[in-house]
Design a protein around this ligand. Structure first.
Ligand code: HEC
Length: 151
């Protein structure tokens, strides 16, 4: 019984080891470390967070504009500039139009899109968890502008 439990623990730890390599101690829960360093997200977990976006946004080589613009190559691209997408007037105000998406301003935006960009057509309450935002960022930054995965 004990050995089986130990074997399961070892298997789990082995699976997680790439993630845990940077964690201060293998037994410590990941949450505090992740909160302290929101940039180090987990792309696989981010893909699950992206389920909340998928009703309106696509990524990948076949991504099209649907309810929202496709999100390929998001970081480094100017806000409101996807060809063929009809943005709301809110996205054409100078404050938004001059914004270049970075992990930092994306984290602020996705926490509360309607507060950051009043009048936006993105009807989404926001994500409060720093860990989920970091994971989502890691997932999205995998997609180059042409939708190919860079990692
Ligand atoms: C109900 C539909 C909907 C959902 C759900 C949604 N969005 Fe959006 N999103 C939109 C629309 C519509 C726009 C364009 C906003 C406008 O024109 O005001 C947008 C715009 C954006 C932009 C700006 C894109 C650009 O080209 O500048 C980002 C980034 C974004 N969404 C990310 C997300 C992420 C990440 C999620 C999930 C956590 C999400 N959205 C969930 C509809 C949605």
């Amino acid at each position: 019984m004990r050995i089986a439990a130990l074997a399961a623990l070892v298997a789990t730890t082995t699976m997680l080891s790439p993630l845990m390599a940077q964690a201060p101690a293998p037994t410590a829960p990941a949450a505090p470390a992740a909160a302290a360093a929101p940039a180090a997200g987990d792309a696989a977990a981010g893909e699950r967070v992206f389920a909340q976006c998928r009703a309106c946004h696509q990524v990948g080589e076949t991504a099209r504009n649907v309810v929202g613009p496709q999100l390929n190559g998001l970081f480094g691209r100017k806000a409101g500039t996807v060809a063929g997408f009809n943005y709301s007037p809110a996205f054409k105000t100078p404050a938004v139009a001059e914004k270049v998406w970075s992990p930092e301003n994306f984290a602020v935006y996705i926490r509360n899109p309607r507060e950051v960009t009043p009048g936006t057509r993105m009807v989404f309450a926001g994500i409060r968890s720093d860990t989920q935002i970091a994971d989502l960022t890691a997932y999205l930054r995998q997609f180059a502008a042409d939708g190919k995965r860079t990692q």
